[in-house]
Design a protein around this ligand. Sequence first.
Ligand SMILES: CC/C=C\C/C=C\C/C=C\C/C=C\C/C=C\C/C=C/C(=O)SCCNC(=O)CCNC(=O)[C@H](O)C(C)(C)COP(=O)(O)OP(=O)(O)OC[C@H]1O[C@@H](n2cnc3c(N)ncnc32)[C@H](O)[C@@H]1OP(=O)(O)O
Ligand SMILES: Cc1cc2nc3c(=O)[nH]c(=O)nc-3n(C[C@H](O)[C@H](O)[C@H](O)COP(=O)(O)OP(=O)(O)OC[C@H]3O[C@@H](n4cnc5c(N)ncnc54)[C@H](O)[C@@H]3O)c2cc1C
Length: 692
Amino acid sequence: MVSYVKIPSHLKPSDPQGPDLLTQERNLASFDVKELTLVLYGIKDLERYHTILKIIENDPVFDKSNIYFMGRNELFEHAIKKEKRLVQLIRENKWKVEELQFAEWFLDMPGPFGAHRGMFIPTLIGQGTKEQKEKFLVPALNYQIIGCYAQTELGHGSNVKGLETTAIYIPETDEFEIHSPYLTASKWWVGGLGKTANHAIVMAQLISNGKNYGPHPFVVQIRDMKTHLPLPSITIGDIGPKFGFNSTDNGFILFEHVRIPRFNMLSKFSQIKKGTGEYINPPNQKLSYGTMVLVRAIIISGVRVTLARAATIAIRYSAVRRQFIDKDEPKKLEDGSIVETSILDYTMQQYRLFPVIAQSYACFFTAKMMVNLYTEYTKQSSSGDYSLLADLHASSSGLKSLTTTMAVDSIEDCRRACGGHGYSSFSGFVKFYQDYLPNTTWEGDNYILTHQTARYLLKTFRQVTSHKNPEIYASQSNKNPTISYILQYLNEPNQKCTAITPSDFNNHEIQLRAFKHRVAFLIANVVDQIDNQKKSWNSMLVEINRISRAHCQYLLVQNFITALHQPSEDESLRMLHNSPALKEVMTSICNLFVLHTMEKDIGDFLESEYLTTPQARLLRIQVYNLLKEIRPNAVSLVDAFLIPDSLLCSALGRYDGKVYETMIDWASKEPLNGMTLDFNPNNDTFIRKAKL
Ligand SMILES: CC/C=C\C/C=C\C/C=C\C/C=C\C/C=C\C/C=C/C(=O)SCCNC(=O)CCNC(=O)[C@H](O)C(C)(C)COP(=O)(O)OP(=O)(O)OC[C@H]1O[C@@H](n2cnc3c(N)ncnc32)[C@H](O)[C@@H]1OP(=O)(O)O
Ligand SMILES: Cc1cc2nc3c(=O)[nH]c(=O)nc-3n(C[C@H](O)[C@H](O)[C@H](O)COP(=O)(O)OP(=O)(O)OC[C@H]3O[C@@H](n4cnc5c(N)ncnc54)[C@H](O)[C@@H]3O)c2cc1C
């Protein structure tokens, strides 16, 4: 890239230790960073990581040096080139999903094929019959057809049952007629639809013999395979500029009595019989919503790296950035001279940033739980057993909501912790935040999703409490955390915390009891208000959100603590257990996650009277103690995430700490600096031109 401004060469570094600050930080670590990285990735994935990163970083098509200067059209063109090159690489290197996931992560460029890979293909896999897979999945996997997932409409997104697009079965021709009767039935927001896709999975109300069977998925060809123009009776467009995600062509589509063969209704679970139009029921009514469950689980798995990325930038920058001389504890160099304090040494900065590191590690262990649960469900459902679906739906909904909300809040916290430079695109936060933000809305608005989790919790509570002998459920409590805490609460509703010193709060048993008691207390309270005081669902929505949040926080806490203590077959966990140094630092991080989470929601714990006010103060002191304990390891804990500079794309967070050099280098490349006409308010000619 061209530099438009020549930087003077006489400049001396103002901070003699500047470049070495991160090295000094790294020397403080109490553990082996490489060992922790191995725990996070596992041996195989770490090899994959390096192989894929090398390919991506060396390919000129993926060069991101201009990325912060691109407008919407350039971004979209860049994304198209990226997609095409990615497909070549997939073919050349025979990449599978595991490799592709690394490539997509490193590329960090939402593109028009994202929904093809992330939703169109998974829906065909999950809901297509063998014949349908042959017809649609095989060409989709070969990129001969490009698909999207068209569910949301202009008028309805969350309320899937309220979708207005219809698919009416026409027995005479053995076809469905796809139709958008109202403007509000226009499919909207659909990723890849605006300019790219030639096929769509359309969620439409299935109507046969005059009866509505609810939303079902249909494969519809939408553009001509040669001319790429919309097919007759189909209107398509891009929905326009957005808060972020502008490298993707989110689109809209309207259908005017479009006919498709009966074959195109995805029929693994429910079918329409030829001629009679008889409807064959699915084994579970919600199986047509299966793609949402999968993608929610994938989103949860992705949160840990999102938090890791934000923390990496903010922690490294905070170590390099110095501001003010601390009057009480001035920082002295070896030669006795006093220097300004690294902002990472300010306790307020630690209090804002270290919990983000802890959240990332917490999400790592819960992502493992989510993957295990999803795998177990897939195994069972392949033999017709869908009994895990309710659990899976409840935990994936609530965790998607809690963890993505946590992630966007933390990206913004980290950005602000970088002061003014955090507001520059060069910080690496701006595009990152904009592109990540829709995770709180898509695949279910984060507030709506908590209703689903709460429904499940209330139902379980009622089931257990209405039984004459609730202990009958005890055998399930090992596998089902909800039953476990409900039973504990019923046995001892007035349980009290036994901590008498700050360090008592490091006791994992005390921590678990606190979270179990709090969530069971909140659920019992909501059940009482709805069932006995006859409160409406709507009047309880704030409490509904609270119980989903409390439940999912408990899951995060429980998964972290279990990972530290329970013997496991899992390769990563075994490595963790075998290294006392790693176990020690991870225990501090776990304690910080748990106690900081408690402190933020202290009202719940006080209200349930598990904690007393003096204990709440002790807890806060323990949070401060943990910040001090973690401080020497802060930079190494983020280094272990191994987020490459090419992905961070950040002047502030780069591994070598050369923040200021990069800031001015990148600023010199701003195209505005290359414009021949400078803005001069006293220049009459210019003002006249501007007026014209
Ligand atoms: C090959 C792959 C390669 C690489 C992949 C790599 C990466 C991919 C990663 C990401 C993807 C990349 C890019 C795309 C990214 C994003 C694009 C975004 C797409 C979208 O947003 S698509 C649209 C998503 N829309 C939603 O999520 C809508 C939200 N609304 C709903 O889900 C439901 O309608 C809602 C809110 C749950 C309510 O539904 P409904 O009114 O029907 O239900 P009830 O409340 O009455 O409940 C009835 C009953 O059913 C149960 N239930 C509801 N939903 C489900 C479900 N999904 N599964 C199971 N069960 C469900 C509910 O609990 C009730 O049970 P009960 O009666 O209580 O027993
Ligand atoms: C970048 C992006 C990409 C997307 N890609 C796709 C795609 O590829 N395919 C696709 O089909 N969709 C896609 N979507 C759409 C997305 O899935 C929906 O926007 C999302 O599900 C939310 O639905 P909604 O817009 O109807 O929100 P609404 O339901 O209108 O929500 C608006 C507000 O009302 C509140 N609210 C609504 N109902 C209730 C209630 N019952 N109780 C309490 N509060 C309520 C919500 O909490 C929210 O605050 C995408 C969206 C975005 C932003």
